[in-house]
Design a protein around this ligand. Structure first.
Ligand SMILES: NC(=O)c1ccc[n+]([C@@H]2O[C@H](COP(=O)([O-])OP(=O)(O)OC[C@H]3O[C@@H](n4cnc5c(N)ncnc54)[C@H](O)[C@@H]3O)[C@@H](O)[C@H]2O)c1
Length: 284
């Protein structure tokens, strides 16, 4: 897609961070925007900011891990604007522990948002976009963690969800290629570290998925994770959400499957080392 004016964008996790930056960029492109998020407080803040820039938008309180919420999101989108041209499956949370310390509730919550949220988005919206038969694009947010394993301490469940998002997007691209005349394109967004509140996502954990406080293990807190990540990658690897949004739009225009935001040589080396090890196993 190269023309965005008057088109419709749906963004999950749009109340803050990368999601809000994408919403702002969509509005600046003259798009009608649907901001979906679970966080009512941050949605109110986003609403004020979008009003200030004169955006055309609606807000839909959405928990992406519930398929019924995504179905309502699609219904409201079509009722309000009649179509959907960009879908950003972006909502996500961080929850950093050593892999053996995650509780079942940790797994359920994280996979519910970061993986099932994207699955629901694709299952509900892709048929609508295909039927529409207009130029459109789905952007699934994974992470550098979806291309490498264990880049930082305690990326266990997160990494599993993000590898899933990469695989889902690759498969979706392959399936769409088989339908040769499809006007639906897909990308997987794989950022490195971005200045957002991702590692403090525990505030969104539903009541029924709370850990028993006596058994809860917090062995790699968010701030410790960031400090260690910076030790490995350095300060310059921290990007602003706005920079990520701008690179994402460029990726959409160029129909890139992988949108890599951080051109960090160290991250590139880690991706290469992972694949080198896999390829080496073919020779052994
Ligand atoms: N910040 C980073 O360093 C980084 C790096 C790579 C990938 N990502 C990915 O980028 C995406 C956006 O995260 P961010 O960094 O902007 O963090 P963020 O915390 O600022 O934004 C995430 C948004 O998702 C919302 N959310 C959480 N649970 C939800 C749910 N169940 N349903 C709907 N919305 C929900 C939150 O309220 C929040 O507004 C995530 O998928 C994240 O994994 C972030």
């Amino acid at each position: 897609m190269k023309e965005f004016k008057d088109k419709v964008a749906v963004i999950t996790g749009a109340a803050s961070g990368i999601g809000y930056a994408l919403a702002k960029r969509c509005a600046q492109e003259g798009m009608k925007v649907i901001l979906a998020d679970i966080d009512k407080k941050y949605l109110r803040r986003a609403e004020k900011r979008m009003n200030k820039i004169g955006a055309t938008f609606i807000i839909v309180v959405t928990n992406v891990s519930k398929v019924s919420d995504i179905e309502i999101l699609a219904k409201k989108t079509l009722e309000e604007y009649g179509a959907v041209h960009l879908l950003f499956n972006n909502a996500g949370i961080g929850n950093t522990k050593y892999v053996w310390n995650y509780s079942l509730k940790d797994w359920e919550w994280q996979l519910g948002v970061c993986l099932w949220g994207v699955i629901h988005g694709v299952r509900v919206f892709a048929p609508i976009m295909l039927k529409q038969d207009t130029e459109c694009h789905i952007i699934n947010t994974a992470s550098m963690e979806g291309l490498i394993s264990g880049s930082g301490p305690g990326g266990g469940v997160y990494g599993v969800s993000k590898h899933g998002v990469v695989s889902l997007t690759e498969t979706l691209r392959n399936d769409l290629d088989l339908k040769k005349e499809s006007k639906l394109k897909v990308s997987v967004l794989c950022p490195g570290l971005v200045q957002t509140r991702i590692l403090y996502g525990d505030i969104h954990r539903p009541e029924d998925l709370q850990n028993d406080p006596d058994k809860s293990v917090e062995d790699t807190r968010g701030d410790v994770y960031v400090a260690r990540f910076r030790d490995v990658f350095g300060e310059t690897s921290m990007m602003t959400p706005q920079e990520v949004a701008d690179i994402t739009f460029q990726g959409i225009k160029e129909e890139k499957l992988y949108i890599i935001t951080h051109k960090d040589p160290l991250m590139k080396r880690m991706v290469k080392e992972r694949f080198d090890e896999i390829l080496k196993a073919f020779e052994e």
